[in-house]
Design a protein around this ligand. Structure first.
Ligand code: TXA
Ligand code: MG
Length: 327
């Protein structure tokens, strides 16, 4: 299914076709504003099992349930004052909340890995919105890539990883944000489980308090750490060298800003995340650039330092995972 990326809307008929595929237990990849997701009916354990298999994902790693609005979310999980304020401020948008399950939570146990909590998100992308409204129930959707690989920011990335393993790809053009949603655990004091598309400072400013680090929660002996935050993740095939202030022989360069480091002229290939040094622009280019530099066959990718503030926290988090020793 191809869409005009400049308008990126689903016709009612296309939305209904995709929703039918989900109702039959099929797997449908679709754009959200963060990255492309691979959707399945959250209430259908067989569909969720096929989803894990298509991704090659360890099934102890729970999924995010996507719904069209807060009213739908409240049928799935219990909100308190803090989580309601977060939802009000940032939904629809790139924020996921981990919440206590509601008594009759429709999301199957396989999708939540048997936890008492459930991760929920209301995406802002108009295509995701149309699909969720047409389907009418929660849709679990991990990033639409093979497990451990770089997240997809275009329909072509999805096809490269999953063609032949899934039922449909809804093409809504390139995504707007480029890194996954920020995940905040709301099972007590709010915890930053994964930095992402909503910068930490925006959340802390709205709440008027600091988000706790997951390690602080784990140290206190009462998990949850986002179980999916495996050290090596988002990994290209090439070795990734961070904080590069020069380029070595045989390396490709992932640049940021206008001043390139010594050796850049001899790099095997160069991608600049944002020549003008804009972190939002850099986020939109991150995963595509990693895929492209991987495709030129460089043994290693040298990555220039990226400032840590704002979206830089999520960008640096993904780069550290890309650079981590492989399992
Ligand atoms: O932007 C996004 O969030 C994208 C788009 C498609 O919505 N989705 C995405 O899903 O990044 P995925 O499956 O790649 O990451 C979901 C993360 C995992 O790290 C998982 O461990 C965590 O959410 N998670 C899910 N349920 C959880 C729970 N009950 N408690 C703690 N972490 C949870
Ligand atoms: Mg992922």
């Amino acid at each position: 299914m191809m869409l005009d990326p400049t308008t990126a809307r689903l016709t009612a008929q296309d939305a209904e076709t995709a929703a039918q595929t989900l109702r039959r237990g099929g797997l449908v990849a679709f754009p959200t504003e963060t990255v492309y997701g691979l959707g399945a009916d959250a209430a259908n354990a067989d569909a969720v099992a096929r989803l894990y298999a298509a991704k090659g994902r360890p099934s102890f790693n729970p999924l995010i349930a996507h719904v069209a609005d807060l009213a739908a979310a409240r049928k799935i999980a219990r909100f308190d004052d803090v989580s309601l304020r977060l939802a009000d401020a940032f939904w629809p948008g790139p924020l996921t909340l981990v919440l206590p399950k509601a008594a009759d939570c429709p999301v199957c146990e396989l999708a939540t890995a048997g936890l008492d909590s459930v991760a929920l998100r209301v995406p802002a992308h108009p295509v995701a919105q149309s699909l969720l409204r047409a389907f009418g129930g929660p849709v679990v959707a991990p990033s639409a890539n093979r497990s451990g690989h770089v997240s997809p920011t275009t329909a072509a990335h999805v096809a490269a990883d999953l063609d032949g393993r899934i039922d449909a790809i809804v093409d809504g053009g390139p995504v707007m944000v480029g890194v996954e949603s920020t995940i905040v655990g709301c099972l007590g004091s709010p915890v930053l489980l994964r930095p992402g598309g909503v910068p930490r400072d925006a959340i802390e400013h709205m709440l008027g308090r600091a988000l706790i680090a997951p390690t602080a929660v784990a140290d206190a002996g009462n998990a949850p750490v986002a179980p999916g935050m495996l050290a090596s993740h988002y990994a290209p095939h090439a070795r990734v060298r961070l904080g590069a202030t020069h380029v070595e022989a045989g390396e490709a360069l992932l640049a940021f800003g206008s001043a390139l480091p010594p050796g850049a002229e001899a790099a095997i290939a160069v991608r600049n995340l944002s020549p003008r040094g804009d972190l939002a622009e850099a986020a939109t280019h991150l995963f595509g650039a990693l895929r492209e530099l991987d495709a030129v066959g460089a043994g290693a990718i040298a990555v220039m330092p990226i400032p840590p503030q704002g979206l830089g926290e999520a960008i640096n988090d993904r780069l550290r995972r890309a650079a981590a020793p492989r399992a």
